[in-house]
Design a protein around this ligand. Sequence first.
Ligand code: NAD
Ligand code: ZN
Length: 358
Amino acid sequence: MPTTVRVALGQRSYDILIGRGLRRAAGDFLRQSAEASHAIVVTDDNVRPLYGEAFASDLRALGFRCDILSVPAGEPSKSIKHAEALWHDVSRLGCDRRSTIVALGGGVVGDLAGFIAATFMRGLPFVQIPTTLLAQVDSSVGGKVGINLPAAKNTVGAFWQPAGVLIDLDVLTTLPEREYRAGLAEVVKYGVILDAPFFAYLEQHIPEINRRDPAALEQIVARCCELKARVVEQDERELTGVRAVLNYGHTFCHAIETVTGYGQFLHGEAVAIGMACAARLAESMGRVKSDFVLRQRELLEKVGLTTAMPRLDEGQLLDAMRRDKKAERGKIKFILPMRLGCVEVVSDVDPELVRKVL
Ligand SMILES: NC(=O)c1ccc[n+]([C@@H]2O[C@H](COP(=O)([O-])OP(=O)(O)OC[C@H]3O[C@@H](n4cnc5c(N)ncnc54)[C@H](O)[C@@H]3O)[C@@H](O)[C@H]2O)c1
Ligand SMILES: [Zn+2]
């Protein structure tokens, strides 16, 4: 039986369905959640031959009209150029009230296809079928969609909730090792920021996690979706600060990504390092003890993530943090732990302490 997590957002409420072999049930899900009879599947060139074609022919066999559009795999596809091409493609294919965009892929496809859905004809329904661990536990839930500008990531976008999220854990078997580990960084993050028992569960299931044990993954993905759903319900548009807790480790992470030009680290890899930095910063402020820092580091390392800060220019990192879109008037905001399972937003951190952590 699949697990269902409801995201309660009034008229924009939707279900996340988590289980195995689910993409074969996508037809029912599309009809129920988006009342669709025409699916425009947006995917990337890696996922298309793995799952895209089979998925489209399954839908056609169920009587759907189904078109498939594909972009090159990777972050550069979250661009104005590819968004423009997709707008033209979708326009050419013709849409009516029963057309739905289906994002089948990782976070890149989800953000891009979601952005097309949010903008085309002032908004089409869309369904997320995330195929990376990161997309399953994070990017497919919560309605943030968008593209990058050449100079800044995720600067053009919208809040556009999906009509549903269908998570098929079977697709994780083909995910490259590095991508899988990167997704685990966000998993560990949920434990640290919101759920100490979940953190302990992860500590106790390291062999299962490392061999992608289906039962453990089902528990883990479902719990992460539930935690994210509860946060998004309280602060859909990131206005009250509740949703900001999800950015734990991300101030450091974004600075690392910016300074290394987005080429060296996968997002999750930079998140792991960023979490280690945030923990050490909190320790230097006397907010947590060294055992917190150690416990977090051990878990991250046991699931194959590096936590050591790479050799990078401190000045450049600090500059990048001050220019971060979440900084206010040059004041860098950090999400810092108080104890396992609990973090808060702190905006008046002594830059000297930050420098020491770097
Ligand atoms: N909207 C949000 O709330 C949110 C949150 C976090 C991250 N993001 C965004 O997500 C993006 C990163 O997403 P990602 O880590 O999923 O990267 P990605 O979409 O680039 O996917 C990673 C790689 O895995 C391949 N792939 C995907 N599924 C596969 C499968 N099942 N088997 C084999 N290969 C597969 C892809 O083709 C790609 O090469 C970033 O652009 C980031 O900004 C958005
Ligand atoms: Zn992240």
